[in-house]
Design a protein around this ligand. Structure first.
Ligand code: FAD
Length: 450
């Protein structure tokens, strides 16, 4: 009888948990090793709410394990961007067609739900406070640290799935092998999470079914709603220069800066100065590497393979999509790990490179362009084109966010083609009404009719 392979998933975060469920559903026994304590132990974790935007690629992956409906009950749909200008005036941009939304979900809540499901599977074993220190790649021997006892021990799984995040230790071991390509780049911007608490009656102090943006050219703040009536704000801000994390050194400086540039938000942030100095400043990294697999014995996925900056809200969605793709390959190729892993990396790498580049580009769009009336006019014109030529034109954002069957690389290529068409078309357009001008209609007919 064929031996059942010993499978280990390194990292019990979002992608590691989902992957372990997929593997268990295929009948494999899975050991999950997670560096941190079990985050379901409430005593260990602060009440700070950090949320993520979940969209169609992610939902599809969650549907497969039957928890999308439960998650939807605790998710906040966001149907549009609400832009706040320097005087507190608002403008709006829908994310997609009527009814289409991205969803704000609690990172910890989603991770907890996945851990609960994993724990309920007889063939998944969760091991907390177990940190990968190093993998001896030729033998697959992993040196682990028991974080509580500080004792090291070793395990030798048949197959290692590395879902241990952007700073993956498994990847670090692969980096020491021949012809492993690796690049990482940091933005000169960091991020800090801040809070807009609920109003006294427990309701939301801003429009609740929206993602709020305060675009300010060289920096921006966003806010996503939570189900408890609060918003988690994220300030994306330069590390150095004027203004920057470095230049704001005292509570008075922080308060007066926010009063000047985010006046309508600061009025809703009573803990601003305290949070600004207590909450950590995170950095924003893009990681690209290749190959993602080693001899059918080690596979990188999720952020361990492709960490991206958060401006398209796609990092977790892309990691979940990794699991969807891998699941299909597992069904087709059974235990042929080398074929599964080679095909996986060939299929996924161009797509995760594409979303990495799109994510960096979207930072410029969010912090800068959404405050530009010409850009907003262009978006309105694009919406009209979609209405008139629904089969020939879908906005790039919709292709990335609401079209899970369209690979990211194809979305990027289509988006570049459409951007060129828009560049030419906008030369004829000064107002929304110009859309009906004969030369505009003729141009579209020439470029978009089949
Ligand atoms: P992680 O979530 O990093 O999980 C890795 C796990 O491995 C962790 O539990 C960690 O403790 C564990 N681990 C690490 N090292 C070891 C080790 N040596 N041994 C054992 N265990 C280890 N994505 C979206 O789709 N939408 C969003 O709106 C969004 N917003 C974001 C906002 C910010 C500010 C940031 C920074 C990211 C955002 N992302 C978003 C990206 C998203 O957070 C990541 O893509 C996602 O968390 C990746 O999941 P993962 O499981 O691969 O890695």
């Amino acid at each position: 009888m064929e031996k059942t392979p010993q499978l280990c998933v390194m990292g019990g975060g979002l992608v590691g948990c989902l992957l372990s469920l997929y593997l268990a559903k295929q009948g494999y026994g899975v050991q999950v090793y997670e560096r941190r304590p079990d985050l379901r132990r409430a005593d260990l974790f602060s009440g700070r709410s950090i949320n993520l935007a979940l969209s169609d690629r992610g939902w599809r992956a969650l549907e497969t394990i039957g928890i999308s409906e439960d998650i939807k009950k605790v998710a906040m749909p966001m149907y549009r961007r609400v832009m706040h200008d320097g005087q507190g005036n608002l403008s709006f941009q829908p994310y997609g067609q009527a009814g289409q939304a991205i969803y704000s979900v609690s990172r910890a809540g989603l991770n907890r739900a996945l851990l609960n499901l994993a724990e309920a599977q007889p063939n998944i074993s969760l091991n907390f406070e177990q940190q990968v220190l190093e993998v001896d790649v030729p033998t697959n021997r992993v040196t682990m640290l028991n974080v509580a006892s500080q004792q090291e021990h070793q395990i030798t799984p048949d197959v290692i799935f590395a879902a241990d995040g952007a700073y993956s230790m498994v990847r670090l071991s692969l980096q020491k092998t021949d012809r492993f390509n690796f690049e990482q780049s940091y933005l000169n911007y960091g991020y800090k999470e801040l809070t807009i608490p609920p109003a006294a009656d427990g309701t939301w102090q801003l429009e609740k079914n929206a993602l709020h943006i305060w675009p300010r050219g060289q920096y921006m703040m966003i806010a996503l709603p939570n189900i408890d009536g609060s918003f988690t704000c994220t300030l994306f801000f330069p590390f150095e220069g004027e203004p920057s994390f470095k230049s704001l050194q005292t509570p008075a400086q922080v308060t007066s800066f926010f009063e000047e540039v985010f006046p309508d938000a600061v009025a809703l942030m009573p803990e601003l100065a305290q949070e600004f100095f207590e909450n950590p400043t995170g950095s924003l990294v893009t990681v690209k590497c290749f190959p993602w697999q080693h001899k059918g014995k080690i596979l990188l996925l999720g952020d361990a393979a492709h960490a991206i900056v958060p401006f398209y809200g796609q990092g977790m969605n892309a990691g979940f999509e990794d699991c969807t793709v891998l699941r299909g390959l597992l069904e087709t190729h059974q235990n042929d790990w080398e074929t599964i892993f080679n095909t996986f990396q060939e299929v996924r790498k161009p797509n995760t490179d594409a979303i990495a580049d799109l994510a960096v580009y979207n930072f410029i769009e969010m912090r800068d362009k959404v405050a530009d009336p010409r850009f907003l006019l262009q978006k309105k014109i694009e919406a009209k084109i979609t209405g008139q030529y629904p089969d020939a034109w879908l906005p790039l954002y919709s292709m990335v966010t609401f079209s899970p069957d369209l690979p990211y690389a194809q979305a990027l290529a289509n988006g570049q083609r459409q951007e060129e068409i828009m560049r030419q078309l906008m030369g004829h357009i000064e107002t929304e009404a110009d859309y009906d001008k004969p030369q505009v209609q003729e141009f579209l007919k020439t470029h978009l009719s089949a």
